[in-house]
Design a binder for this molecule. Structure first.
Ligand code: MG
Length: 376
């Protein structure tokens, strides 16, 4: 007598394999509409490497890594070499149904090279979510389907920055990110005053010093802005990436919330920030964390400490920003979104993916990243 009440016909046949068959890379460059200027660099075009992973069941996953040598150390050449010479040989033949094994293989394949790892990680998550027949953000948690991005005002003369800010407000952006720390603080304050004059108080202003100050300068500058009533929402990375003690002192000394960006690549670095209360918030970027697998760990730890996260991007195309948006939308603890980079590009290489309407971003309903095609 059979104990099963499921007949042979009713049993659903489950595919047992999803083996990585090929990993291909392609370099792209896309001009920016207007040069992007921060305390660390001026960028005139996006340089990135696209990754296409094919499995034995015919499924294809897409990823991207942008070169940001002054932040991650990853160049176009190093990204390409890391993927094709080191990661690819270790990943070919691995079964994505045991993806815990695959992600550990990826992260143990070499030290650093976080952007190259991110490109592969993104393509792997695209494949896993497609296999589950779910949009990636739903596979990861599905917290929300829409996000609102801020828009970055590049460092220029106060007048030009004020005009740019007014233009972005007209386009519907109500959170502006201002790059500071490139020159002296009085010039930065003039810029912020000019922007406030042009956009009024309806707009939130967050600052990003990109490591441009030392500890004392940061405390002096932020206190001055507080005294002047400039109403700054938060200040990102006031001091050098390695200066955790300096950032902790800034965080203790001012009322304005401080957000760690370049100081946090890995979950271990996040843990130090969290234990020492060196920042009030953390900015997660897939190009720093090496993709979604580790980004989830950083966000979970931060959530346990009551520290909210922002998810941002480097100068990246809508391909990898779609992946970051899927991750960001999936989690409750991710409360701020800095995804303006694709809007700065002259051409869009992606059909499908996350859709922008002014500041509102809507995740696609298609399985995986929801990218229909990549046109390069
Ligand atoms: Mg930043």
């Amino acid at each position: 007598m059979s104990v099963s009440n499921v007949s042979q016909e009713e049993q659903v046949k489950v595919e047992t394999d999803m083996v990585i068959q090929d990993i291909e890379v392609k370099r792209i460059s896309v001009p920016l509409k207007k040069p992007f200027k921060t305390a660390l660099r001026t960028v005139e075009q996006l340089e990135s490497v696209l990754v296409k992973i094919t499995c034995d069941n015919g499924m294809v996953g897409w990823g991207e890594a942008s070169a940001t040598v002054v932040i991650t150390g990853d160049s176009i050449e190093s990204i390409e070499a890391a993927i094709t010479k080191t990661m690819k040989p270790q990943l070919i033949g691995k079964n994505l149904l045991a993806h815990e094994q695959v992600f550990h293989t990826l992260h143990q394949s070499m030290v650093g090279n976080s952007s190259a790892k991110a490109a592969v990680d993104i393509a792997l998550y695209d494949l896993i979510a497609q296999r589950c027949n779910l949009p990636l953000y739903q596979l990861l948690g599905g917290y929300q389907k829409q996000l609102e991005t801020d828009y970055t005002v590049s460092v220029n003369s106060p007048r030009e920055m004020g005009e740019d800010a007014a233009e972005y407000l007209k386009q519907g952006f109500n959170v502006l990110k201002i790059k500071v720390g490139k020159d002296n603080i009085d010039d930065d304050i003039l810029r912020i005053q000019e922007i406030r004059k042009m956009v009024g108080n309806a707009v939130k202003i967050r600052l990003d010093a990109n490591q441009g100050w030392d500890m004392k300068e940061a405390i002096r500058s932020i206190r001055k802005m507080e005294d002047m009533g400039l109403d700054i929402e938060l200040v990102e990375q006031p001091v050098k990436a390695h200066d955790i003690e300096g950032m902790r002192r800034v965080t203790q000394a001012v009322d304005t919330p401080i957000m760690a960006d370049e100081s946090v690549f890995t979950p271990a670095q996040a843990a130090e920030i969290l234990y020492t209360r060196a920042a009030d918030m953390i900015n997660i970027k897939l190009m720093k964390s090496g993709g979604i697998f580790k980004a989830q760990l950083i966000n979970q730890m931060a959530e346990e400490f009551g520290v909210e996260c922002m998810v941002g991007s480097m100068i990246e195309s809508r391909l990898s920003v779609t992946a970051a948006a899927h991750f960001a939308a999936s989690k409750k603890n991710i409360t701020r979104f800095d995804f303006d980079a694709p809007l700065m590009l002259l051409n869009d290489i992606v059909d499908g993916g996350v859709q922008y309407e002014g500041r509102v971003m809507t995740l696609p309903d298609l399985p995986g990243l929801g990218i229909r095609s990549v046109n390069v």
